[in-house]
Design a protein around this ligand. Structure first.
Ligand SMILES: [Zn+2]
Length: 446
């Protein structure tokens, strides 16, 4: 029997069974895969969740996550009120309406500990992601949503339960969720539960809340700015990202391809409009985090050779092999083999008109084990990300990683005149002379 047929058969019974309000508390561990040192690295967090469901269409979780040894405990909250989902990062903040793909993820999070609440939404508010359901003896045992993730392709968000006896609340749960820039697995056991009325105030829609974020379409035209002869910044204000396009005699190289295939594809299109006769022959990225490598598949689809440190070879091969069946990107529509060039310490691309030296700054970045900075000797520009400067209010200040970077530039005898930064970009200074950055690191005494 298909899931939807099963759902149709059981749904009337389930809605009746699920009519009693439930409160439940879980404890466990969340393994987070995010902006860490190596591809695939995860970090564990302790987790405590308190769920409240009114037996109908309102459900909430107050969720505390903390790292070992961390003494601050402040819950974030997710609230489902019918068609709306709200999120609040901590009790002192205002609620925010969840919109777009985030609304579905937040609904899943808000209801994950209450199978009855989730099942009510499975055939309606979660139906767009064609949920597959395992239902046994009237209880939801597993729900999986196949989603088109902009970076990962086919992503399966899921929750699975183990029950004791006939209880409506599971003894154990496993929730797997893929956010835009990070993904995680939450394993929890139930600590307590009861069927009891939930205070109405807990489930009331907030009277005032922040509007949801605009859905990222990544369709706005990148702004192309000439930085030096043959060196161009492609600025994407909407996703706070600056890529570099370097022009050679008969081709281009692109450095940093953020977030999603869709973003890489718009970069490709913008480059084609500006340089119709010059193909993108090389694509490079500083480190494996989504903001720099999330759109690499668009470059592979274009036939560009990906140039990366050997430590990122498995990562790049994995990106090339991602399944994109639900919403095919260009590489899925027109598959082509990956062309990959690895290096250990440095790699040079040069011809009569331009030159890029990719240098593995490595763990000195204090960020990832492989971390590349890009030296353009002919214009004496160093292109970096996350190492240079940030805004504090309306003032620019040096990042804590700037001093070691400047020291390394000296050790390498790089005659850097100017630094250009990929991120943070929005509202930030795009470029700074070496002397200006040095002055920010060591301000002159008054
Ligand atoms: Zn990073």
């Amino acid at each position: 029997m298909t899931s939807s047929a099963r759902l149709a058969r059981f749904l009337p019974v389930l809605l009746l069974l699920g009519a009693r309000p439930i409160q439940a508390r879980y404890e466990g561990t969340l393994d987070l895969e995010a902006h860490f040192r190596r591809p695939g690295d995860t970090r564990p967090y302790h987790s405590e969740q308190r769920y409240a469901w009114n037996g109908k269409d309102r459900c909430r979780v107050d969720w505390t996550l903390w790292e070992e040894g961390d003494s601050t405990r402040s819950p974030e909250s997710y609230l489902v009120a019918g068609d709306s989902v709200f999120y609040r990062p901590d009790p002192g903040s205002r609620w925010r309406l969840s919109t777009g793909p985030k609304a579905r993820l937040d609904r899943l999070a808000a209801e994950a500990g209450i199978p009855g609440a989730l099942l009510r939404d499975a055939g309606t508010r979660l139906a767009a992601d064609t949920p597959s359901l395992d239902i046994r003896r009237g209880r939801l045992e597993r729900l999986a949503l196949l989603r088109a993730h902009p970076r990962l392709g086919d992503a399966r968000d899921s929750v699975a339960y183990t029950f004791d006896g006939k209880e409506p609340v599971p003894a154990r749960m496993l929730l797997v969720l893929h956010e835009r820039d990070q993904q995680w697995r939450l394993r929890q056991r139930r600590v307590e539960w009861k069927e009891a009325a939930v205070p109405e105030s807990l489930l009331r829609s907030p009277a005032a809340f922040e509007p949801g974020d605009a859905v990222e379409t990544m369709t706005a035209e990148p702004k192309i700015v000439e930085i030096a002869p043959g060196v161009f910044a492609a600025e994407m204000e909407d996703i706070d990202s600056r890529s570099l396009i370097v022009e050679f005699a008969d081709h281009l190289a692109v450095i940093e391809v953020a977030l999603a295939s869709r973003n890489g594809e718009r970069l490709v299109d913008a480059a084609k409009r500006r340089w119709p006769s010059k193909p993108i022959r090389y694509a490079l990225f500083s480190h494996y985090h989504p903001h720099y490598a999330g759109g690499l598949r668009a470059m592979i689809a274009e036939g560009a050779t990906i140039v990366a440190p050997a430590g990122n070879e498995a990562f790049v091969r994995g990106v090339a092999a991602l399944p994109f069946t639900k919403e095919p990107d260009r590489l899925a529509k027109n598959p082509r083999p990956l062309s990959l060039q690895t290096f250990s310490d440095r790699y040079e691309l040069s011809d009569a008109s331009n030159e890029i030296v990719a240098i593995n700054y490595g763990s000195r970045s204090n960020h990832t084990d492989d971390f590349v900075v890009f030296w353009l000797p002919r214009s004496r520009v160093l292109f970096e990300t996350e190492l240079g400067w940030v805004m504090a209010g309306d003032k620019v200040r040096a990042s804590r990683r700037a001093a070691p970077l400047l020291q390394w530039i000296d050790e390498q005898h790089l005659d850097v005149q100017r630094l250009v930064q990929s991120w943070p970009m929005r509202g930030n200074v795009p470029t700074m002379s070496r002397a200006e950055l040095a002055a920010l690191v060591n301000p002159p005494k008054q």
